[in-house]
Ligand binder design. Sequence first.
Ligand SMILES: Nc1ncnc2c1ncn2[C@@H]1O[C@H](COP(=O)(O)OP(=O)(O)OP(=O)(O)O)[C@@H](O)[C@H]1O
Ligand SMILES: [Mg+2]
Length: 475
Amino acid sequence: MTLSRKTPRASRPRVLVVDDAEGIRTYLANLLELKGYDVDTAEDGRRALALLEGGAGPDVIILDVMMPGIDGVETLRRIRKIDEDVPVVMLSVVGKASTIVEAMRIGAADYLNKPFEESELEATLEKVLEKKELLQERDRLATGLIPSSASVVWASDAMRRVRDLLEQVADTNVTVLIQGESGVGKEIVARTAHDLSPRRAEPFVKVNCAALPADLLESELFGYEKGAFTGATGRKYGKFELANKGTIFLDEIGEMSLLLQAKLLQVLQDSEFTRLGGNKDIRVDVRIICATNRRLVEMVEEGGFREDLYFRLNVVGVQIPPLRERREELPALIDTFLHRFAARYDKRVPILSERLTEAIERYSFPGNVRELENMMKRVVVLESEEAILSEIIHVDRSERRSGDAMRALLEEIEETAGEVPLREVGRRAAQEAEREAIEHVLHHTNWNRKQAARLLGVSYKTLLHKIRDCGLEPF
Ligand SMILES: Nc1ncnc2c1ncn2[C@@H]1O[C@H](COP(=O)(O)OP(=O)(O)OP(=O)(O)O)[C@@H](O)[C@H]1O
Ligand SMILES: [Mg+2]
């Protein structure tokens, strides 16, 4: 999900005032224009409905309860058929409680009793508009690309234990801290925790703490008021507010600055916060799930992560092992991915060759499940295994080679009782790095040596020498 700053409202909010008393219409129109609204007026329900049918599209409607012809409640009922969402504020007089109850039941946003104070009117309009924006923002989030937990594969004991744990804490609001290497499936585990909980119908809001500098992250989390800083031209809701009643997923929590960690801890302890530049205390009911690929315990020891916050977040800790430690999942994962991508790209489901299956079984998957997923996508889309095979073999080889070179050097140091001069160590390390760079570029250019020489900034002849010296050959 992208974390873009919300663009301020492009134009002034539009109000439709519906009242049969001309004096009230004029009074409200003048007052509201002064307060920064654009105003349309209608003298009865019929006219209001005609305006809406004609595409007037107000941001909010002020609707008198007592009008000749179609009364306020009936008008509201018909408005709802044209526009399900536009907030409607009913204008009533004292003693009309049952009508107001009825209006609220069929979807009025709020009501005001005549006579009302200017400040009352303003506060009510602001409140309903704020709620409308909040709901719109939540809708936008809900339709964003959030992974579903429906197709998660749980095919190893380790992952089944993770799932059992999630089920055990599903009905509670405890904070969950998910740790594991990049690509192991932390986000889908977080999503599963949400989908298993009673909050599943409410928003799951993700915030990537590594994606933004500290001050932007703060406003992303807690929002800001108009004028909170230069450039804050409108109000912005923080992700905590947008996640109300649901779950907030703080991804890459290890990247959060110490200053913001302190603020987050404070918010967790007080269960309330204010928007930047605001003074209203905001309370939300949000479940927190965090994830990181850093080792938080070590970060705590080194002073990069607050210990108190660590304990506050790590109520339930989930450690997801890397894919190379749960290889028994490979067949199920491969099968899921091949079927998924074949369906998505309208291709047939390929049957993997024995050669590729064996290569995969030996491969270490430094990029974990994400890497496997991408591989399977390419096999489906390219309808060929060649690219994947050569890549796996290439990574395997260079892993083994650089491992071998280092081991040989260490053995030699040992054998000669440490008599290998430092200069020699440096020379060999440089040679090894050079060999790796050349091999990488040759792989990239498909062993087109002319192109590789250009990329490496050496002459064609030099490259040929080096290829020979390093003992490189195409596979
Ligand atoms: N058990 C699984 N079943 C099906 N798909 C999985 C599984 N685990 C991971 N994936 C897929 O692998 C990809 C990586 O998973 P995810 O984004 O959850 O990893 P991550 O640990 O959050 O990675 P990063 O640290 O890079 O953010 C996703 O596309 C996800 O759908
Ligand atoms: Mg992730």
